[in-house]
Design a protein around this ligand. Structure first.
Ligand SMILES: Nc1ncnc2c1ncn2[C@@H]1O[C@H](COP(=O)(O)OP(=O)(O)OP(=O)(O)O)[C@@H](O)[C@H]1O
Ligand SMILES: [Zn+2]
Length: 543
């Protein structure tokens, strides 16, 4: 039985692969999993050189945006940044805002406000949340309600092409039978019977292009009476109005594959009378609360809003959390997974800080094996590019960066007495690369807001304080008599002991360091020198 199921799946994959038409155009050098073909990873070809069109389904704006949305939009934002900054493909991104829909109408009745006001409030909130997560805005957001005449014209043409029908109740349905087995291009429809309910449909799989409005519902005039668009038609119309009959990349969460994207394909190909409208369908995996089988969702009310999340964590930490899994996999949200992201980010920031301190001469180390580090850096750069070209493998990329950091850290061991040459340049190169690649992912290691200091005042105050403390420590640690030295190396044989009357000063210096740590100021004593950095409040750093 298992064998038969596997065979059936393989056959359906094989059919999908054969039906898919490779777009003529330019190879981006990036391989991806295309939900349209399912069978294999394929190189993305774009129709214009160095430019790709991308359409994504936006939120239905009737409630707060949650971490499920954040996850999908941040993951695709990372993909887009990789395409443009690593592979030099300029992405033209269009996103729809669904501002009219059954759920919006229902919620507006419950809250006794107009659907337009409700939708605008949540649209603005969504945009603010995306900005807070550093998601690049699309070239344009397009609202459904701003595109009603275009949607009506789109439906008229589908009817004219013989792929939709009007019912006596003033509804318009897409006629799935009219496209035969082309319905089911994206998902295997075995076992899917379609939505029952409406009595005026010819086939349960048929879906609404236009819905006649009920009394007191928002509506627009149309050749079929007063009504409003169905859900799927908005995306086909808006994507076609910007990109015409061919779309390079379509993206969204995996829940949208059926029926939404399947129906978008059916409508768009019926409208354009073309064989293939969208070339690559990329779907992101769902975010679940750990232990829950259900995805986080507005309608299930099992969500954490982005605003609440950002009270405890930062945008950088959320991005790290997304980077640690592949964009297609499901992802569990929990304090443990966020702590893992936080600690990874903290290791990266600490390395950058130490590399900087080393370059400035504040962190003294034994001579480093510079050649090895240059080699490591170059190997990391090529393995990162390779991983990202392989269906945007971000976990592998983070691994490669962490391994580079590990090698850097191994050579950044503080020493009290330093002989020989310093290797500031290689640490400068590593630091720039780590910052740059994190910047590609939208992780801004230089963002001061991330460390609670938007004005820069805190930095200057801490600088002064640490400077003063260093002077006190140096004084407390200085001894009258020289410590005995090794005759061969010249280094001190025994640790120097501070004068007894200066011990309280040292204790106070330690107490100050320990007290500042929970406040987010992390001081590291390196011999008689000290360096410092501002971390998130409460975060502890391993030296
Ligand atoms: N838990 C989730 N994990 C990943 N992506 C999600 C999640 N929830 C929603 N998305 C994605 O966010 C986008 C907007 O989805 P939508 O507004 O329909 O959210 P929703 O919370 O599922 O709403 P509803 O419960 O009303 O269906 C879609 O691309 C969808 O796939
Ligand atoms: Zn859509």
């Amino acid at each position: 039985w298992k064998f038969l199921v596997t065979l059936k799946t393989l056959i359906s994959w094989f059919r999908a692969e054969r039906k898919w038409i490779k777009p003529a155009g330019f190879d981006t050098g990036v391989k991806t999993y295309n939900s349209l073909t399912k069978f294999s990873y394929m190189y993305i070809n774009v129709t214009r050189s160095s430019v790709t069109s991308r359409y994504s389904c936006g939120p239905t704006v009737y409630d707060h945006a949650h971490l499920g949305h954040a996850c999908s939009y941040v993951r695709f934002d990372i993909l887009q940044r990789i395409l443009s900054r690593i592979f030099e493909i300029n992405v033209i991104h269009v996103m729809v805002i669904t501002d009219i829909d059954d759920k919006i109408i229902q919620r507006s009745l419950e809250q006794n406000i107009s659907p337009t006001v409700l939708a605008r409030m949540h649209e603005e909130e969504f945009k603010r949340d995306m900005q807070a997560l550093r998601v690049l805005p699309p070239a344009v957001y397009m609202r459904v309600t701003d595109n009603i005449p275009q949607i009506v014209a789109f439906i008229k043409r589908i009817i004219g092409n013989g792929h939709a029908y009007v019912t006596s109740q003033g509804n318009v349905y897409f006629d799935t039978q009219s496209i035969g087995n082309r319905y089911g291009k994206l998902v295997n429809l075995g076992g899917i019977v379609g939505e029952l309910g409406a009595q005026d449909k010819r086939d349960p799989r048929d879906f609404a292009l236009w819905k006649a409005s009920k009394p007191h519902e928002p509506h627009w005039e149309s050749p079929w009476g007063q009504g409003r668009p169905g859900w799927h038609i908005e995306c086909s119309t808006i994507a076609s109005s910007v990109f015409g009959s061919q779309l390079d990349i379509h993206s969204g969460g995996i829940d949208l594959a059926f029926p939404h994207h399947e129906n978008e394909i059916a409508q768009s190909e019926a409208y354009h009378q073309c064989e293939q409208w969208g070339n690559y369908f990329l779907h992101s995996g769902h975010l679940h609360l750990k232990g829950s089988v259900e995805k986080m969702s507005k309608s299930l009310k099992n969500y954490v809003t982005i605003k609440d999340f950002l009270k405890s964590y930062t945008a950088n930490e959320f991005r790290l959390f997304c980077l640690l899994t592949r964009y297609r996999s499901a992802i569990d949200y929990s304090d443990a997974s966020m702590n893992e992201a936080r600690s990874t980010l903290s290791t990266i920031s600490a390395f950058c800080h130490n590399a900087q301190a080393y370059m400035q001469g504040h962190l003294q180390c034994q001579p480093t094996e510079e050649g090895i580090l240059w080699e490591r850096l170059s190997a990391t750069q090529s393995s990162v590019r390779k991983a990202l070209a392989d269906d945007f493998d971000t976990p592998k990329t983070v691994d490669a960066i962490m391994s580079l950091i590990h090698h850097g850290n191994c050579q950044l061991q503080p020493a009290t007495k330093v002989d020989g040459q310093r290797s500031a340049a290689v640490f400068g190169a590593m630091l720039s690369y780590v910052r740059e690649i994190m910047g590609v992912f939208g992780v801004d290691l230089l963002d001061r807001k991330e460390v609670h200091d938007s004005s820069g005042v805190l930095n200057n105050v801490v600088e002064e304080l640490v400077h003063f403390r260093s002077k006190v420590r140096k004084f407390a640690l200085s001894v009258e008599d020289q410590a005995p030295q090794d005759p061969h190396t010249g280094s001190e044989i025994q640790k120097r002991h501070p004068e007894p009357d200066r011990v309280p000063l040292l204790k106070d210096c330690d107490a100050l360091r320990n007290n500042l740590a929970p406040l987010g100021v992390h001081i590291k004593d390196r011999g008689t020198n000290s360096t410092w950095e501002i971390t998130r409040r409460g975060e502890t750093r391993k030296d």
